[in-house]
Structure formats: structure tokens, C-alpha cells
Design a protein around this ligand. Sequence first.
Ligand SMILES: *Cc1c(COP(=O)(O)O)cnc(C)c1O
Length: 386
Amino acid sequence: MNIETKLAQAGNRQDPLTGAVSLPIHHATTFAHPAFGQSTGFDYTRTLNPTRKVLEETIADLENGKRGFAFASGMAAIACLVELFDPGDHLISTNDLYGGTYRLFEQILRRKGIETSYVDSTDLSQVKAAVQPNTKAIFIETPTNPTMKITDIAGCVSIAAEHGLLTIVDNTFMTPYFQRPLDLGADIVLHSGTKYLGGHNDVLCGLLAVKDEKLGERLFFLQNSIGAVLGPQDSWLMIRGMKTLALRMEKHQENAAKVAAWLATHPAVTTVYFPGLDGAPGKSVHDQQCTGAGGMLSFEVEHESMIEPILANLKMITFAESLGGVESLMTYPAKQTHFDIPKEVREAYGVTDRLLRFSVGIEHADDIIHDLAQALQAAKSEVAAK
Ligand SMILES: *Cc1c(COP(=O)(O)O)cnc(C)c1O
């Protein structure tokens, strides 16, 4: 089945009793045992809930995996999967990592004796050089957040295979609609479902998918033991959102391409990061492992002093954290998503005080560009007047 069909059909045919086309929401925390020593397959909701189970099967299917797991947030999913590692273990990651993941790795894992090396993973020789005798996994995002750096997933997988490491890919930006890391040999794919998969800025969720049964059993044990599972109402909201993922991603991408092209010619904009632009670094690798450029872009303006007036003058686009919803959102990484990363560290890989990240929504592209144009113009005038 094609992914559009899998998405639209998610949650259908799950209730033979009524034929309900919309997935029933099972709020029950516990389920009656038919008899002594018997179970319906559902005993207690932390372990398995009928609504969450459908979401978990759906993400596994979309990523071409065997097992899927749903958590209360993307961070809960990451916090669960890092329990695969022990004190003394070592991880390799991208230096341009999601701020919350960096915070977890540096302020929580490191305290427990699990160290992470950050490398420019666009350069596979750096990944290779970072492997130590105690390395257990390569954890990447591609494209990265917010400078859209591209890492060769299959290249990381082959380094991992040589050294017996797991390859873990945060696929939040691309979603399985554009990129399926398990098909490229990755072991674990993870999502902040809060973003494109949910798609409406109304549900917090984390998802994991794996294809190996043994790894799946281990994650199932950890998920149930730690307990940060997604509730049934939120599981339903996720399925509800995911049904339109294909349509939304196409529109996000179409708009992002138009906005990126427009920004690239704007005199106040010095750099545009978007993997769909001609000549974007890593574009050939991206095009090989991915069927689209997605809806995220970042851009740098001439002067830091323009940032505040741009954000203040946006009328339709919302100044807010997060990404991947139908509404256009503008983020200032230096003060928001990447605030926990030391200034010298983030500036070294491009997250400067002049950088804005833009989650391009599904509004009409002309309205998005019009809003950006007037905000940039107003900012230029305000700065010039000072
Ligand atoms: C948002 C995000 C996360 C964290 O997910 P939450 O749902 O906010 O906990 C992890 N990785 C990436 C790339 C993200 O954008």
C-alpha cells in the first residue's frame, strides 16, 4: 500500500462490533480478565491500550518497521530509548542537535556516566574518528535544526555496522512521508509527534519505530517500566492529525520552496538554509535519501538589531516555539530552542544571533510572503531611524 493510503486509512476497521470509521477512544485504565489466567490481550493501560496500540502500529507501518511505541512527548521517547545504554557507554551525535536532546545528553546522561561526542556529521570521517571502544550508538538528525545540515544516513549505518553500534535517527523534520531511515538501515527512528505528524499544534507526543524484534521487545519493556506513555485521547488526536499528513507535507513543501526562493533574493537576508534550494549544501545526499525538502527553513538577516522589530511586526505569522503545524510559526533559536547551548558552541555551527527559523504553514504562499515582506521592511526602517 502507498503511504497516502496507509495515512488516510489509519484507525479504520478497528472496531468490528460497531464498524466505527473513527478509531474509538478507550479511556479504561484496566480491562476485565475473562477468567482466571486469561486476558483479552489488554490488562492495564500503561502496558497496552487499544487506542494507543493503533497509533503504535501505524507509526511502525509508516516507517516500514515492526514495532512502534507512543510516549507523552518527544523527549519522553528519547529519555526512554537512552535507557538502552549503561554508565560508561559513549554516544556520537550531531553538533547541530535539537536543544532539548542536547540538554538531556549533557545535563542528565552525562551525570549518569554516559558521554556524548558531538561532531559535524555531514562529514562521515568525523563520525568515524569519534568511535571509541565504548561507543554504543550514533544519534543523528537530518536535516538538522535549525541550519538544515544533511547527514548521510546509510553512511552512518555502515560505520555503525563496522563497530556494532545502533543508528538512531530523529526523523521529526522529514516525517515518514519524505524519509524512511529504517529502509536505509537505521535501527531506531524517533519523532516528536508534536510537530508534523500531529500537525495542528494541539497535541504533545513522542514516537519510536524499530524493525528488529529483540530491540522492539527491549523498548517495550522500557516503555512499560518507565511509564511515560501517551494517553488515549492524545493517541486519537495523533491518528486524526496523521490522516492528512501527505496533503499537508506537500503544501508545506510547496510554500517553503516559494518562501525560500523569495528570501534568497531579499537584500536584507544574507543566508537562507533550505534543502530544496539549488546549491544547498548536502543537497545531493538529501535528494538520495529523501523524497522532499520539507517545510522548514532558516534565514539570517543583515543585523541582529532587525530581529526584534521583525518579530514585533509580523501580523499573520506567529512568533512562537515549535514547528510542523498548519499555522506558520517563526522562532528565534538563539533565545528559544537553542538557549541551553552555549553561545560559542551554537555560533560555531551557524546558530547566530541573526538567525530566524521559520516553520512554513499551509496558508496561501502569497500571504506568507506578504507578511514577511512588510515585517522586513518595517524592521529596516526602524533600524535606519535609530
Ligand atoms: C520538538 C522536538 C523534539 C522534542 O519533542 P517534544 O515533543 O517537544 O518533547 C525532539 N526532536 C526534534 C527534532 C524536535 O523538533
